[in-house]
Design a protein around this ligand. Structure first.
Ligand code: ZN
Length: 436
């Protein structure tokens, strides 16, 4: 692999913030950053001009649905990896709700190998908490951890581990090797499988089954207590309400080992988008009112919510184009995540670029135990980088996506800030919305 010289990059946006030393060159050799500073020449190196571009460590997504095996008509590990690379990601955690479910060491290793064969991002399999996501018997947590996949992150996402005894056992089990359980918090008695709209005046008027915030908040409250009781780690997937934020804030103040993520769509989109019954806006947990959106932004800014995760959920047309109640849950997210966070959090003055690096790379890497990701872009670090054009205005076009699916809720929106290029292991994987 030829060396790569990245010129004039603005490390973590420090130059734009006034630090004259923020702008620098980076030399990458054999996949590792070997020099940072003013580099006059690097013989034989490929040059990536990054004048004025913000350099961040490669983005890490704790919550991606890649659909392979089982639903390769919606996404494959190859197409999902391509969408991830274009979106600035260098590592994604692939959720376990595939067919078959990732609940054995063999299944986890197979996903790891398919990801490596594609070679665009690190694809890390999430292990199921329970066999077949049935919520009853623990999956092979220890065997998955001891497999080549070294799984430390477990989730039944798509379903809630709703039996408190099972959740307690899972937390006790993963504690032994420093693992974490990511919970899709949805009490099935308060929000059943049909629940699809934030419970409120609008859901009543539209005649859509309500999904009340308490169905999330009550599970999160229970789980933080289970984490305290077991001395183990719990991660809250896709926080969607102000009430959940309050619970997490309290739990962190008690020293409970809890982390949480928010999706780009819950930071912007609100429940009133459901008024037209467009299934593109059907997602689980549902879009919430503006008060919740405001609380989520504030919580991400103040660190109560640790990370942004996409919950990229591709669906084939024939699963999404139905009456609202019958359509599949979920939205695309990998290609637009950075632009959405840039637009709303940086544009809104809530995070600087170092903050974006923290919530989209460094903290998710730490939560998932990915030592090679989420670096400080220093000499000796693996060369996983994302270069961002902070001033670019992009209008999202769903037909331009590298995902196999088209359920893109951002179609037609103009966002400020875009991924210019992604470097994975010293190799440019994507540039300006296309694979390199
Ligand atoms: Zn989920």
């Amino acid at each position: 692999m030829p060396s790569l010289l990245i010129t004039g990059a603005d490390l973590f946006g420090r130059a734009a913030a006034g630090d004259p030393d923020g702008r620098t060159d980076l030399l990458v050799e054999d996949g590792v950053i070997t020099e940072v500073g003013s580099i006059r020449s690097a013989k034989g190196a490929d040059v990536l001009e990054a004048d004025g571009l913000v350099a961040l460590p490669g983005l890490v997504d704790l919550h991606t649905h890649l659909r392979e095996p089982g639903r390769e008509d919606a996404e494959t590990i190859a197409t999902g990896s391509a969408a991830a690379a274009v979106g600035g990601f260098t590592a994604v955690l692939a959720m376990a709700n595939t067919t078959p479910v990732t609940d054995t060491a063999e299944a986890a290793e197979r996903i790891l190998d398919l990801g490596r064969a594609t070679g665009l991002v690190d694809v890390l399999p999430v292990g199921a908490v329970t066999k077949g996501l049935a919520g009853e018997e623990l999956a092979e947590l220890g065997l998955m951890h001891r497999s080549r996949a070294r799984t430390t992150f477990f989730s039944d996402d798509g379903k809630c581990v709703h039996d408190a005894r099972v959740m307690r056992r899972a937390l006790e089990y993963v504690r032994a090797f420093g693992g974490v359980v990511s919970q899709h918090a949805q009490d099935p008695h308060l929000a059943g499988p049909q629940a699809c709209a934030h419970e409120g005046e609008l859901s009543g008027r539209l005649g859509l089954p309500g999904w009340p915030g308490i169905a999330e908040e009550s599970i999160v409250a229970r789980d933080v207590m289970l984490a305290r009781h077991t001395g183990s780690r719990v991660h809250v997937a896709h926080v969607s309400t102000a009430g959940t934020v309050e619970v997490i804030r309290w739990a962190k103040a008690q020293g409970i080992d809890v982390t949480a993520e928010v999706t780009p769509h819950h930071l912007v989109l609100t429940t009133d988008l459901l008024a037209g019954y467009d299934p593109t806006f059907k997602v689980n947990p549902p879009l919430r009112p503006q008060e919740d959106v405001d609380a989520l932004r504030a919580a991400l800014a103040d660190g109560t919510i640790d990370a942004v995760a996409t919950d990229h959920a591709p669906h084939a047309r024939h699963d999404k184009e139905h009456a609202f109640v019958d359509a599949a849950f979920g939205m695309l997210g990998l290609e637009t995540a950075l632009s959405v966070v840039s637009d709303v959090m940086v544009g809104g003055g809530l995070l600087d670029w170092a903050g974006v690096a923290r919530v989209m790379s460094q903290t998710p890497a730490r939560i998932a135990g990915l030592a090679a990701h989420g670096s400080t872009l220093s000499v000796g670090d693996a060369a996983h980088l994302t270069l961002v054009d902070a001033a670019a205005e992009v209008t999202v076009d769903r037909s331009a996506s590298l995902s196999l699916s088209r359920n893109n809720p951002w179609h037609g929106r103009t966002l400020r800030g875009a991924v210019h290029a992604t470097v994975f292991g010293g190799r440019v994987t994507a540039q300006k919305g296309a694979l390199a």
